[in-house]
Design a protein around this ligand. Structure first.
Ligand SMILES: Cc1cc2nc3c(=O)[nH]c(=O)nc-3n(C[C@H](O)[C@H](O)[C@H](O)COP(=O)(O)O)c2cc1C
Length: 230
C-alpha cells in the first residue's frame, strides 16, 4: 500500500537489516537508544549471599503502581544465567540504587565478571544498609533506592538459545530519597548528578535540564488547515 506522504528516505542514510552485518567497526545499536538509565540492582541468592550489579537495559515502565524492568543477557563466568536474574526469581525481591557521578567508579567495579560468592559491596568498598520492606542491603552512598517486589520474567528472543534474554519486571513498593536533595517539593537532579549509559564505553551525566510543558489542545491549529495553507 502506498504511504500517505510524498517524502522519500534520504539515499545517504545508512540502512541495514539487523540480521545482516552492520559494516561498522562497532555495533551502533546501543548507542542509538540513549541515554539509558542504570539499574544498579542489589539482590540475594537463596543462601542469603548478597549481590550488586549494574544493568543499563533498565527503565520505569509504569507509575500507577510504580513499576520498573531490567534485562539480563549473556552468561555468568561460572556458566548459567547471571546472578541478578536468578536471585530475583528465587527470592522475589530486589533493590534499585541510583548510580551517580560520584559513584561511577564503584558502580563500574560491581560489573566485574566475578565468582558467584563474591560480595560486590565489599569488592567496591560500598556500605550495605538494610532496606525496610525487603530483606536486602541498599547502597548507603547512593541517594535514591527503590525497594521492589518481583512481578514476572519475559524471555525475549536470543541468538544464543542457551542464554535467553530475561526481562525482569518488578513493582516498586517503597522509595528512599536523601533529604538533602529534596528542594521545594522536588528532587534536585542537577545536584544528584545521575549517570547513564551511551554506546561503546561511553556514559553521560545529568547536568543540563530544560523544562517544556505539553501543548494545550485548544491552542493547536488542526493539521488539515496547516496543509491547505501550503
Ligand atoms: C553500566 C553497565 C551496564 C550494564 N548493563 C547490562 C545490562 O543491561 N544487561 C546485562 O545483562 N548486563 C549488563 N552489564 C553487565 C553486568 O553488570 C555484568 O554482567 C555483571 O557481572 C552481572 O552481575 P551478576 O552476575 O552478579 O548479576 C552492564 C555493565 C555495566 C558496567
Amino acid at each position: 500500500m502506498a504511504a500517505a506522504t510524498s517524502a522519500t528516505v534520504d539515499a545517504r542514510a545508512m540502512f541495514y537489516e539487523t540480521k545482516d552485518p552492520h559494516g561498522l567497526k562497532h555495533n551502533p545499536f546501543k548507542s542509538l537508544v540513549v541515554p539509558r538509565p542504570i539499574g544498579w540492582i542489589s539482590s540475594r541468592d537463596r543462601d542469603g549471599r548478597v549481590n550488586l550489579a549494574p544493568f543499563s537495559y533498565f527503565n520505569a515502565v509504569a507509575d500507577n503502581p510504580p513499576t520498573v524492568m531490567f534485562s539480563a543477557g549473556g552468561k555468568h563466568l561460572e556458566g548459567g544465567h547471571k546472578d541478578t536474574p536468578l536471585n530475583v526469581e528465587a527470592t522475589g525481591e530486589f533493590v534499585f540504587n541510583l548510580a551517580t557521578w560520584d559513584l561511577r567508579d564503584k558502580m563500574n567495579l560491581t560489573s566485574a565478571t566475578a565468582p558467584r560468592d563474591w560480595d560486590e559491596f565489599k569488592l567496591a568498598g560500598l556500605t550495605p544498609v538494610p532496606a525496610r520492606l525487603v530483606d536486602l542491603p541498599m547502597v548507603k552512598e547512593s541517594p535514591v533506592h527503590f525497594e521492589c517486589r518481583y512481578l514476572q520474567t519475559v524471555e525475549v528472543p536470543t541468538n544464543d538459545p542457551n542464554y535467553p534474554n530475561k526481562v525482569i519486571f518488578g513493582q516498586v513498593i517503597a522509595i528512599h530519597i536523601d533529604d538533602r536533595f529534596i528542594e521545594d517539593g522536588k528532587v534536585n537532579l542537577a545536584a544528584i548528578k545521575p549517570i547513564a549509559r551511551l554506546g561503546y564505553f561511553d556514559y553521560t551525566v545529568v547536568e543540563t535540564i530544560f523544562t517544556m510543558h505539553r501543548p494545550v489542545f485548544e491552542e493547536l491549529t488542526p493539521p488539515e488547515e496547516e496543509g491547505a495553507k501550503a
